[in-house]
Design a protein around this ligand. Sequence first.
Ligand code: ZN
Length: 122
Amino acid sequence: MRYADPFRDAGRPETTDHDFLLNCSCGAEQRMDEMTLDETGPITLYECKRCTKSIAGVMTDDPDLEIHAPQSMTRLQERAGHHLRGYIIGSRVDVALRPEGGERDLLLIPATPYFFVQYLSL
Ligand SMILES: [Zn+2]
């Protein structure tokens, strides 16, 4: 599973992780294909290439997992990630969809800090 998957399914078949640009809070600007992947859990986590903090993630939008989320967190669901084409994506910082060489962002995906609060315990 890759962060680009829901975008590929949504009509941009050429989309890859290389098209996503983000700035970690440590100041490192990076494309997602430069980041370290952690695929050991239900979430594919993207770790900063410099400080190794998990700053973005993608997971399958599985209703069973929602049930196991702590009760107090379920009302935060809307802010806990973006539901997209059967996936949930989230990030601590805004993520820009800007293919290399592009002059502007095709899309800016707002940060969803609660993504990590809600789902990292799964
Ligand atoms: Zn960092």
